[in-house]
Design a protein around this ligand. Structure first.
Ligand SMILES: Nc1ncnc2c1ncn2[C@@H]1O[C@H](COP(=O)(O)OP(=O)(O)OP(=O)(O)O)[C@@H](O)[C@H]1O
Length: 417
């Protein structure tokens, strides 16, 4: 058994390569100068005794939206502290909150904490209108300039009362600004025109990083995180990176893989972090291309596993029906026998049966997320064929285990192998 403290490590400061935003906040984002300037312009009125502009920040996942807003609001907070300006920034993650009610509840708690210190309880059992009044009352008690950041604002969903009411709530003696962050590009399009014009006084769009930008980002994170890794002449780009730990191809490969889909910095950093941990845990002193490939396979499998585990019921049943055919060795199967099997499972599990058409949509959803392979029918009457795109064992291991009826079906499938 390994003992803590006995191992050598190639890490200087592991946190810097951790993709989790709570663990490490970069101090600069040179790839986002333009976007940071736009955010700066929206916040600057606060330094002139005026109200900062409401702002919508949008762009796909892992583009530095959250860290960009944190960087600029932290800078503004430093300025405020130095110049006796009264500024409060409240950052709320809306994900999982499901509607205005929860967001308002959290906002009341956070504003109370600003005044009274930690330990405030979530208010419960109030109507939305009452909660909004509590928010306004607390804003007035906090006073000064208040910036409320609603991160992952799209999670508010259809219950977007707060987005109508808060921007026009006009609390007395408060200069209130709202910043909404979203990676759901459709969300902005679908906003009611009134909400969009009040919330999106300014808009900042973060375009996906390209592979060169991802190389620079990885190089900066690696320099802080790894031993014997530095920038020559203090020039902080990939071309000036020197490292005794990283092989020449390691960062280019992680950047290229990260750029492949959506230029996502989180994905690229996660790959390099995982690859480096593989090497370090084995006591190796070099992180090579092979570690990055191993990390890619590992993370892909993990993503697929958790994707299967969290499938909604109907998609889970569709997957089980395809799995049934795979277990009986008659895949790829066409839609009709898969649908017949699906209906049998539905009856057993006692859930409503989707129409053939909607069922085919569910199969296509599974193909879009790379759980199934789809072979398109060639002509009229020629049905699509589906088979598992993932190892049979991986699917079977991640089907429901609990002794509910879905779990019973999964158990039967496992036993048939
Ligand atoms: N230019 C950059 N330099 C260094 N690290 C970066 C850069 N851009 C993003 N990151 C890192 O990538 C990760 C994701 O960034 P962030 O959370 O800001 O993305 P996001 O655009 O808000 O994504 P999402 O919409 O998925 O929340 C974080 O670990 C962040 O530190």
């Amino acid at each position: 058994m390994k003992a803590f403290g006995d191992e050598d490590t190639i890490f200087e400061d592991m946190d810097i390569l951790n993709p989790n935003e709570q663990t490490y906040q970069p101090e600069s984002l040179p790839e986002r100068e333009v976007e940071l300037d736009q955010i700066h312009s929206a916040l600057r009125p606060a330094t002139m005794g005026s109200t900062p502009l409401n702002l919508i920040v949008y762009g796909q996942s892992g583009q530095g939206k959250t860290v960009g807003i944190r960087l600029k609001t932290n800078q503004l907070q430093e300025y405020a502290d130095d110049s006796d300006m009264d500024l409060t920034v409240v950052h709320i993650r809306c994900k999982g909150m499901d509607g205005s009610y929860h967001v308002l509840t959290h906002l009341v708690k956070r504003l109370r904490e600003t005044r009274l210190g930690p330990g405030e309880e979530l208010p419960s059992g109030h109507q939305r209108k009452t909660l909004l009044n509590m928010v306004i009352e607390n804003l007035e008690k906090v006073g000064g300039t208040v910036i409320v950041v609603l991160d992952e604002i799209d999670a508010i969903g259809n219950d977007d009362y707060i987005l109508y009411e808060l921007p026009r709530s006009n609390p007395d003696g408060v200069r209130l600004s709202l910043i909404g962050i979203t990676n759901d590009l459709q969300f902005r399009e679908n906003l009611d025109a009134d909400v969009r014009s009040s919330l999106g006084e300014d808009e900042v769009r973060f375009e996906p990083y390209d592979a060169n930008q991802l190389r620079d980002i990885l190089a900066r994170r690696a320099v802080g995180a790894l031993r014997d890794t530095y920038f020559e002449d203090d020039v902080e780009d990939y071309q000036h990176l020197r490292s005794e730990i990283l092989s020449d191809d390691t960062i280019p490969l992680a950047a290229a893989l990260g750029a492949q889909d959506t230029g996502d910095a989180r994905e690229a950093i996660r790959l390099l972090f995982r690859a480096t941990r593989f090497a370090d845990d084995r006591g190796e002193t070099t992180v090579a291309e092979a570690h990055v490939r191993e990390a890619r396979d590992f993370l892909e499998t993990k993503a697929i596993e958790s994707g299967i585990q969290t499938l909604p019921n109907q998609r889970m049943l569709a997957l089980m029906a395809v799995t049934y055919h795979q277990v009986h060795d008659d895949t790829p199967a066409t839609t009709t026998p898969i649908y017949t099997q699906y209906k049998t499972f539905c009856e057993y599990v006692d859930v409503n049966v989707l129409s053939n058409r909607r069922f085919r949509d569910r199969l296509n959803d599974l193909a879009d997320t790379n759980v199934l392979n789809k072979r398109q029918g060639r002509g009229r009457g020629d049905e699509n064929q589906y088979s598992l795109a993932v190892e049979l064992d991986t699917v079977l291991e991640n089907l429901p285990k609990k002794s509910e009826r879905l779990g019973d079906v999964a158990t039967v499938l496992r036993e048939r192998v």
